[in-house]
Write a protein that binds this ligand. Structure first.
Ligand SMILES: NC(=O)c1ccc[n+]([C@@H]2O[C@H](COP(=O)([O-])OP(=O)(O)OC[C@H]3O[C@@H](n4cnc5c(N)ncnc54)[C@H](OP(=O)(O)O)[C@@H]3O)[C@@H](O)[C@H]2O)c1
Length: 166
């Protein structure tokens, strides 16, 4: 099984503002879709509530302490890290991709093997930041520069890191 993180961050590791993404960058949404399609996506209750609907053609797992939290049909509501790891271990053909937010990334930072990060070279205001990771434990395996155009106005790059073998 592989546990991965996928997120987009701007300057100062900013990832969110008032329950939303601080930017509009459709090229990143396309990259996110390509990477996560048919995989398992794991998100916090706040990120799920901000999206308003499950992501199609993916197994959606929502983490919440609330046992009576209502999710859309087909969405799996889980309540702790071991339950997510057990689900991931039982579905080794799929990548289990943690898609945030900050609270949920922090929970899995010791288990994560691969990082898909979109770095946006712009400053925005916001209230949610990517938690610190043990970056020395990871090596960069690819970097694809994004194209700036009328619809994607912020310079950005899609970068993948893999945990170094011990
Ligand atoms: N830029 C990006 O790539 C990206 C990605 C994702 C999200 N975001 C942004 O990040 C923000 C949301 O992040 P956030 O950190 O505030 O919230 P979050 O991580 O999405 O969700 C937090 C919720 O997860 C549940 N939770 C936390 N720890 C848990 C545990 N140990 N066991 C079970 N459930 C647990 C709790 O739900 P209950 O309160 O229901 O118990 C908690 O309130 C939004 O602005 C969003 O747009 C950005």
């Amino acid at each position: 099984m592989t546990i991965a993180f996928m997120w987009a961050e701007a300057h100062n590791h900013l990832i969110g503002d008032h329950g939303r993404l601080p930017w509009h960058l459709p090229a990143d949404l396309q990259h996110f879709k390509r990477t996560t399609l048919n995989q398992i996506v794991v998100m916090g209750r706040k990120t799920y509530a901000g999206m308003g609907r499950p992501l199609p053609s993916r197994t959606n797992i929502v983490l919440s302490h609330q046992t009576d939290y209502s999710v859309a049909p087909g969405v799996l509501l889980l309540h702790d890290v071991p339950a997510v790891l057990a689900y991931a271990a039982a579905h080794p053909q799929q990548e289990t991709i943690i898609i945030g937010g900050a609270q949920i990334f922090a929970l899995f930072k010791n288990q994560v093997e691969r990082l898909y990060v979109t770095k946006i070279d712009t400053s925005f205001t916001g209230d949610t930041f990517m938690p610190a990771l043990d970056w020395a434990a990871f090596e960069q395996i690819s970097l694809i520069p994004g194209k700036v155009d009328a619809k994607n106005r912020y310079p950005h790059a899609f970068i993948t890191y893999q945990r170094r073998s011990k």
